[in-house]
Design a protein around this ligand. Structure first.
Ligand SMILES: C[S@@+](CC[C@H](N)C(=O)[O-])C[C@H]1O[C@@H](n2cnc3c(N)ncnc32)[C@H](O)[C@@H]1O
Length: 193
């Protein structure tokens, strides 16, 4: 059956290589993880989120105002329950930790995609884009959510994305609404130059 996918996020993740391996940084309740499973059809998807309460953060979505550690623990529990069948089969792995700590779990050049939707501050998005790009195979997709001037992060996501482009190593594959996808370039073959 032909499925018509209409929303922007789904259109972007449709570009990901099917039956590959990827990560979602920032999981919340796992709503988008479910879309990733359905649309990108990964062989293995790792969900990374500390589900940590931090009173200094902004917004309930990020574990800030209006939240408590008990509420974050309950969120984590709901995600484990939601994906219990996929976790049992090894198709999903849940890492309850900050994205920067999770980097060490992955070999360089091993992933087909990374979807970045964790801490939206400029410094954190910059670190995520740079760190996860290294983990992608050449041709893999690095996708950032909330590429727009909004909320408490202001232009942080936009600036971090532009910084990545300036550094080289990736080119824009697609920009749709507040989604932006970068394709990792192949390493230059220095021996043949
Ligand atoms: C916008 S929500 C993610 C929404 C989810 N991707 C979706 O679309 O359904 C942001 C999430 O990032 C998580 N987060 C905050 N800091 C993080 C970090 N350093 N590493 C990974 N995740 C982080 C928060 O706990 C929160 O669940």
């Amino acid at each position: 059956m032909l499925r018509v996918i209409t929303d922007e996020r789904a259109s972007v993740i449709q570009q990901v290589r099917k039956r590959g391996e990827g990560v979602e940084i920032g999981v919340h309740e796992g709503a988008f993880s479910e879309r990733l499973l359905e649309v990108a059809q990964p062989k293995k998807l790792t969900l990374i989120d500390p589900w940590a309460y931090d009173g200094t953060r902004s917004g309930a979505l990020y574990g800030g105002k209006g939240m408590s550690q008990e509420m974050m623990d309950a969120r984590h529990g709901r995600v484990l329950k939601r994906f219990a069948p996929q976790i049992a089969r090894g198709r999903i792995e849940v890492l309850r930790m900050e994205s920067q700590a999770a980097l060490a779990r992955f070999a360089d050049g091993s992933l087909d995609f990374a979807y970045i939707d964790g801490d939206h501050s400029y410094a954190a998005v910059k670190a995520d884009l740079e760190g996860w790009l290294v983990k992608l195979r050449p041709g893999g997709l690095l996708i950032a959510d909330d590429y727009r001037n909004a909320s408490w992060w202001g232009d942080g996501v936009i600036r971090a994305c532009h910084g990545l482009l300036a550094e080289g190593g990736a080119e824009i594959e697609m920009k749709l609404g507040s989604q932006i996808a970068f394709r990792k370039l192949a390493e230059p073959d220095l021996a043949s130059q």
